[in-house]
Design a protein around this ligand. Structure first.
Ligand SMILES: Nc1nc2c(ncn2[C@@H]2O[C@H](COP(=O)(O)OP(=O)(O)OP(=O)(O)O)[C@@H](O)[C@H]2O)c(=O)[nH]1
Ligand SMILES: [Mg+2]
Ligand SMILES: [Zn+2]
Length: 349
């Protein structure tokens, strides 16, 4: 099927362009992963839009939705993955020690909350940490601004939650209040959303999609056998030319392996913590604790310090419990193997 999009429409910019092979002896073309199915990938490129069934070494490329890959038009196989700008992933618990990739090359994460009961600094900070860890620029969007007297108050509170943070208050039902988001919705930009249930993510998506919803439905996915798959698309094309990535995996992002994200979002606190007298300071009454000193001097918000300590502990706990589960699984595997070899030696083979 012919893709109606150019590579620039799909988000190919200089970062990816410079990684493309120069070898002209092979018909290598850049393609973007638009969706991941159990049976394979939906790839789109210049004049190219198809479902590719994966096999063998294809899996080594570890392609996820949003990835850019190099595709060999002769062999009809993806042959390389381009370096990513950003990556959302989670650690798979249990016996799988592999990471589960959720989405790659997201330019901006819309962290959606509302100007009412859902507004919660701790939750927003948690999302911000996840975004910074994935190296994705985050914008906080506060919906339901039409339902409160002063949305500005919420905007001010949210703006304090990370350095140089952009916060916008909107009515997700009203397209004209969403023009403040245009800067992140330019042609080829890819965005994703994160936020708890009921905050207005679907409403926002529908208002942004507007009339183009129909257009996205006409781009059908051809699979290798010429059938049309009816699975929902992961990448929705917005009228301004941006891509809205919609994948259930975003809901499962966890607070594990987010040290860098924590340090970024809580930069003012982590900088102080580094100067505490003890390197393992818990910032809980130890002598020479610079964090507590700053709280006492009224220089930093004690509630924010509490939330930072809670997230830090939670991160450490999650990492430890995953590590423990893994070593338990490994120990179990060793036990099974030794029982099996005992049996074998008793049987004398
Ligand atoms: N007045 C007003 N209502 C809104 C706004 N945004 C969302 N709503 C309403 O809030 C309700 C929930 O919105 P959804 O878009 O379904 O929320 P969601 O984030 O997609 O929720 P989940 O799919 O459960 O995660 C709907 O009734 C919307 O009409 C807004 O900005 N203003
Ligand atoms: Mg929804
Ligand atoms: Zn301390």
């Amino acid at each position: 099927m012919i893709s109606p999009f150019t590579l620039q429409d799909l988000g190919l910019d200089s970062f990816f362009q410079q990684q493309l092979p120069h070898d002209a002896s092979e018909p290598l073309v850049p393609v973007r992963v638009m969706n991941v199915h159990r049976s394979g990938l939906h790839l789109a490129g210049d004049g190219f839009d198809r479902h590719v069934v994966l096999s063998g070494h294809d899996y080594d490329l570890e392609l996820t939705v949003g990835d850019w890959a190099v595709f060999n038009a002769d062999t009809q196989r993806p042959v390389a993955r381009l370096e990513r700008k950003s990556l959302f992933k989670r650690r798979a618990a249990g016996t799988q020690s592999r990471e589960q990739l959720i989405a790659a090359n997201i330019d901006t994460l819309f962290i959606v909350s509302s100007c009412n009961q859902d507004f919660n600094e701790a939750r927003l900070e948690r999302y911000l940490v996840i975004a910074r860890e994935a190296q994705v620029m985050a914008v906080i969007i506060l919906t339901k601004a039409d339902l409160v007297d002063d949305a500005g108050d919420y905007v001010r509170r949210a703006s304090r939650l990370a350095p140089a943070l952009q916060v916008e208050a909107v009515n997700a039902l009203q397209a004209d209040t969403l023009t403040c988001l245009d800067a992140w919705l330019r042609r080829g930009q890819t965005i994703a959303m994160l936020g708890s249930s009921g905050v207005g993510k679907s409403t926002l998506a529908n208002t942004l999609l507007g009339a183009s919803e129909i257009a996205t439905r006409t781009i059908r996915e051809d699979d290798a056998h010429g059938r049309h798959t009816t699975t929902a698309r992961s990448m929705h094309h917005l009228p301004g030319g941006a891509w809205l990535l919609d994948t259930p995996g975003m809901r499962e992002l966890q607070l594990t392996d987010v040290r860098t994200g924590l340090d970024d979002v809580f930069a003012e606190i982590s900088a102080l913590a580094e100067t505490c007298r003890f390197s393992d300071c818990q910032h809980n009454g130890e002598p020479g604790c610079r964090v507590q000193a700053a709280v006492e001097a009224g220089e930093i918000d004690p509630e924010r310090v509490q939330r930072w300590r809670k997230l830090t502990r939670e991160e450490a706990f999650n990492n430890a419990s995953i590590a423990e589960r893994r070593s338990r699984d490994k120990a179990f595997g060793r036990m099974v193997r030794s029982v099996m070899s005992d049996k074998k030696s008793r049987r004398g083979d």
